[in-house]
Design a protein around this ligand. Structure first.
Ligand code: SF4
Ligand code: F3S
Ligand code: ZN
Length: 103
């Protein structure tokens, strides 16, 4: 499961489409965590898609991650600023790849 303390335990190493990327990153096998308020551990995500389908405000967008051992697509929290903290994505992800900091 994603580490809910990732912002303390990891370093912000990059930005992607306006959100942070938390390392370590070693492409293409190791991709880190994308997002801060809505955080997706790309190294755990196996492209189930429930989060993409169920988010009521379309926070997630698919991105291609060729060569990653778990899956070659990831749910990117591209619109994390629109999150309404419903926690649905956290509940439906089968591998607990998502952390939402509802404060
Ligand atoms: Fe979407 Fe709700 Fe998840 Fe926020 S908590 S990203 S609104 S499903
Ligand atoms: Fe990935 Fe979990 Fe969504 S596996 S696509 S973060 S439901
Ligand atoms: Zn991203």
């Amino acid at each position: 499961a994603i580490d809910p303390q990732f912002h303390e335990n990891r370093d912000q190493v990059d930005e992607h489409e306006g959100h942070s990327v938390w390392g370590p990153v070693d492409e293409p096998e190791e991709l880190g965590i994308h997002g801060t308020h809505v955080a997706v551990d790309f190294d755990i995500c196996l492209a189930d898609g429930a989060c993409v389908e169920d988010c009521p405000v379309d926070v997630f967008e698919w991105i291609d991650t060729p060569g990653h051992p778990e899956s070659e697509e990831k749910a990117d929290p591209a619109n994390e600023v629109q999150c309404i903290d419903c926690m649905l994505c956290v509940d439906v992800c089968p591998v607990d790849a998502i952390d939402v900091d509802a404060g």
